[in-house]
Design a protein around this ligand. Structure first.
Ligand code: XMP
Length: 182
């Protein structure tokens, strides 16, 4: 049976690079003279987190949580966040910047933010590479956004379909398989 595959480029790699550099400058300015803990949400944020972090001009710590709301061959959120009870790191009194690949339904980021507040973080902000344009069941504000995109399933730059395509340098729309000939 054929599988969905990466389709047209939505955001080229050059634009991702330029935008990441700009975000790093803005974030560095805001956290000047404040402690900063970056919290990467794995697996999707790995490339964006690494690219962003290396361009910050201020000192910071890095923690990562492995959370999943999409499991297997699907483009729909499962509606629960797996892993939210296993959240290592000392966040009491910390200024935390959550770094994730995408703000979609908002479920993952809402759960992450609530968990950080419960763990005693002093401030919690959010930076995402892409934000889908849609009505969100979970209200979450992103403080820094790379790109606003239409409500399409996307892959590349850390974003995956069933674990694949994370390493694509451009962000692409996932294309449904061609229907079989009648
Ligand atoms: P929510 O719905 O919780 O989604 O905001 C957050 C997580 O779901 C995954 N996700 C996607 N992954 N293309 C992907 O490759 C998409 O269009 C997409 N939408 C959501 C992703 O892991 C994200 O952290």
């Amino acid at each position: 049976m054929s599988e969905p595959a990466p389709g047209p480029i939505l955001i080229p790699a050059t634009a991702v690079r330029r935008r990441t550099a700009l975000l790093a400058r803005k974030i560095s300015a805001l956290y000047q003279n404040r402690d900063l803990t970056l919290l990467g949400i794995l697996n999707g944020s790995i490339f964006f987190l690494a690219d962003l972090a290396r361009q910050l001009t201020i000192p910071f710590r890095v923690e990562c949580w492995r959370l999943r709301s999409y499991v297997g061959k699907t483009t729909r959120s499962a509606g629960t966040v797996h892993g939210i009870t296993k959240t290592p790191g000392a966040f009491r009194g910390a200024n935390v910047l959550i770094v994730d690949d995408i703000l979609d339904t908002g479920l993952t980021l809402a759960a992450t933010r609530a968990r950080l507040v419960a763990m005693g973080s002093r401030s919690v902000r959010v930076c995402v590479l892409v934000r889908k344009h849609k009505r969100r069941p979970h209200r979450v504000r992103a403080d820094w956004v790379g790109f606003d995109i239409p409500d399409e399933f996307v892959v590349g730059c850390g974003l995956d379909y069933d674990g694949m395509y994370r390493g694509l340098p451009d962000i692409r729309v996932l294309k449904a398989p061609a229907s079989p000939r009648e």
